[in-house]
Each structure stands twice: as structure tokens, then as C-alpha cells.
Design a protein around this ligand. Structure first.
Ligand code: NAP
Length: 286
């Protein structure tokens, strides 16, 4: 019988929105939470919020996911500080109004939302194995249905558009989660992705200024509250019934079929190889 009490849960993007809410709820249920954020001040504030709400003392680590070298340093610290990880929640996400390229030479939406999580999960495998049975939960999005994958132009050197880049990064999340599940088979560590719903968070803070009033209008009318958005992520981390569920995409609480492209094993395998290549070349540059 799975219980989150006493389990070590690493959450990326824990300074706001779904990640912060999930950290608070899981800490209140007795998990030992490890909060990752890119800004020390926001991280200190977020850990104080979690402490207030749960009475627990979360650990926290600063890491900017726009840098693969920084993700490597984060992994080194986690590997030396923690004996095991039972749940890894790959949640950090961002959008960029204008095409932005990281210091690693990777389009920033793809870099932050997918590649950093790919690199972190790979490096944390020894901790996940030490914590087995365990779970990797990747927060994807229904936006992946609009996502395309062009391996000749992954970073939209041609035709960048904020939602196209976001859709591709979220498609990468679903493909990554299912390929990881195949690679983890038999290990007692599962990998699933989840669409949390349309949630009133800061995710669109990187959208163009002209679109913000429209987004605020939609946020106030159609988007669900952060606590509701975090609930499916918390459910995947805590439910005993999820123990043997591997390689699925969840539309909130229910397993669902992702897009046809997201189900394509060849695309998933190619994305994996391409991600390995990008991580290796980023580490060579830094
Ligand atoms: N909100 C929705 O409607 C919705 C729908 C489907 C999927 N999602 C997914 O849910 C996840 C969480 O997003 P959210 O809605 O909770 O948005 P959010 O409130 O903006 O939270 C995003 C988190 O990611 C962090 N982050 C952004 N860029 C980063 C970087 N370069 N390095 C490290 N951390 C970084 C943010 O840190 P800062 O606090 O420093 O900015 C924040 O902690 C994302 O993967 C998003 O794609 C959201």
C-alpha cells in the first residue's frame, strides 16, 4: 500500500502555481518535499508558504532550467544530499513572447520545459532506483495536441510563434514521459504525464504585452483555481491505485489518449536521441 508520508518528493517549478500548491499539499500529507526554483528570493518565499501551510520544513535548491550545466550542478547536489527520491515532479514551465535562445544554443521553451527535465531525470536515476517503488510525473498540457515535431528545426529558427513553441515543448513532455516509462519497465519506477486543466497561474507571464488583458479576461472566467489544477498532480503522486500505472497520459484525473504524434514510438525514440545529443553538446560548450 503506497503512502506519501515520509517519501521524498522533488518538485521543479515550486515557486508558484501548480508546483507551489502541490508542494504545500504533499508536505501537509507528510512528504519530505524538495523544492526547486530559479530565483533565491522567490524560493525563500515559497518555502515559507509551504512551512506555514504544512508545519514541515521543505528543502530548497536554486536552479535556472535554461542552463543544462546548472541542471547538472543541481543533480550533483541532490545526489550528494539525498539517499533516495520517491517522486519526481517535472513541473517547471514557461513561455516566451519572442524567440529566445539559451546560452546552450537551444530555443528557450524547449530548453526549460523539456530538455532540462530530460537531463535532470536522467541524472537522478540512481536516486529514483534507490527509492523504488517510485514515480516520475511530468506536467504536460492539452496544448500538446497542437504540438508538432520537426527534428530539422526543433527550435523554430523559421516561423517561431509562442503557442507553437509551447505546444512542441508539451508534446515533448508527453513523448518523454512515455519513452521513459518503456525504459523503466520492470524497475518499479513509473513515468506518466498529466494535463492539469486550464489553471489560473503565472504561466502566461511571458506572453506578449498586447495579449495580457485578453488572458486576464479568460483567466478570470474559464480557468480553474490553482488548488484544483494541482489536485491531479497530487493524485498521481499519492494514490495507491496509480502504483502500477506506467506510460499513461492523464487528462486531469483520468487516463486518456494523447495525440497521435504523442503515441508515435519512433518519434519518442528520436526525441530521446536528439535530447541526449543536445544535452551532451550543451555540456561540451559550458
Ligand atoms: N496553467 C495552466 O493552465 C497549465 C495548463 C497545462 C499545463 N500547465 C503546466 O503546468 C506547469 C506549471 O505551470 P503553472 O501553470 O503552475 O505556471 P507558473 O505559476 O508560471 O509556474 C511555473 C514554474 O516554473 C518555474 N520556471 C519558469 N522558468 C524557469 C526556469 N528557467 N528555471 C527554473 N524554473 C522556471 C517558475 O519559476 P518563477 O516563479 O521563478 O517564474 C514557476 O515556479 C508548467 O509545466 C505548465 O506548462 C499549466
Amino acid at each position: 500500500m503506497w503512502s506519501i508520508n515520509g517519501k521524498t518528493v522533488v518538485i521543479t517549478g515550486a515557486t508558484s502555481g501548480i508546483g507551489l500548491e502541490a508542494a504545500a499539499v504533499l508536505a501537509a500529507q507528510g512528504a519530505s518535499t524538495v523544492m526547486i526554483g530559479r530565483d533565491a528570493g522567490r524560493l525563500a518565499h515559497a518555502t515559507a508558504v509551504v512551512e506555514d501551510r504544512s508545519g514541515a520544513r521543505p528543502a530548497s535548491y536554486v536552479c535556472d532550467f535554461a542552463s543544462i550545466a546548472a541542471v547538472g550542478r543541481l543533480a550533483d547536489r541532490l545526489l550528494s544530499d539525498l539517499p533516495a527520491v520517491h517522486v519526481l515532479i517535472n513541473n517547471a514551465g514557461a513561455v516566451f513572447a519572442k524567440r529566445t535562445v539559451t546560452s546552450d544554443g537551444v530555443e528557450a521553451t524547449f530548453a526549460v520545459n523539456h530538455l532540462a527535465h530530460f537531463a535532470l531525470t536522467e541524472r537522478l536515476q540512481p536516486l529514483l532506483m534507490a527509492g523504488a517503488p517510485g514515480r516520475v510525473i511530468t506536467v504536460a498540457s492539452g496544448r500538446h495536441f497542437k504540438g508538432t515535431m520537426d527534428f530539422d528545426d526543433l527550435g523554430f529558427a523559421r516561423g517561431y510563434q509562442i503557442l507553437r513553441a509551447y505546444g512542441r515543448s508539451k508534446l515533448a513532455n508527453v513523448l518523454f514521459a512515455s519513452e521513459l516509462a518503456r525504459r523503466l519497465e520492470g524497475s518499479q519506477v513509473t513515468s506518466n504525464s498529466v494535463h492539469p486543466g486550464r489553471v489560473a497561474t503565472n504561466i502566461w507571464s511571458g506572453a506578449p504585452a498586447w495579449s495580457k488583458p485578453l488572458i486576464r479576461f479568460w483567466l478570470s472566467r474559464t480557468f480553474i483555481a490553482v488548488s484544483e489544477g494541482a489536485a491531479p498532480v497530487v493524485a498521481l503522486a499519492t494514490r495507491s491505485a496509480c502504483e502500477d500505472v506506467n506510460g499513461r497520459y492523464f487528462d486531469r484525473f483520468e487516463p486518456a489518449l494523447p495525440s497521435a504524434l504523442a503515441q508515435d514510438r519512433d518519434v519518442a525514440a528520436r526525441l530521446w536521441r536528439e535530447s541526449e545529443r543536445l544535452v551532451a553538446s550543451a555540456l561540451k560548450v559550458s
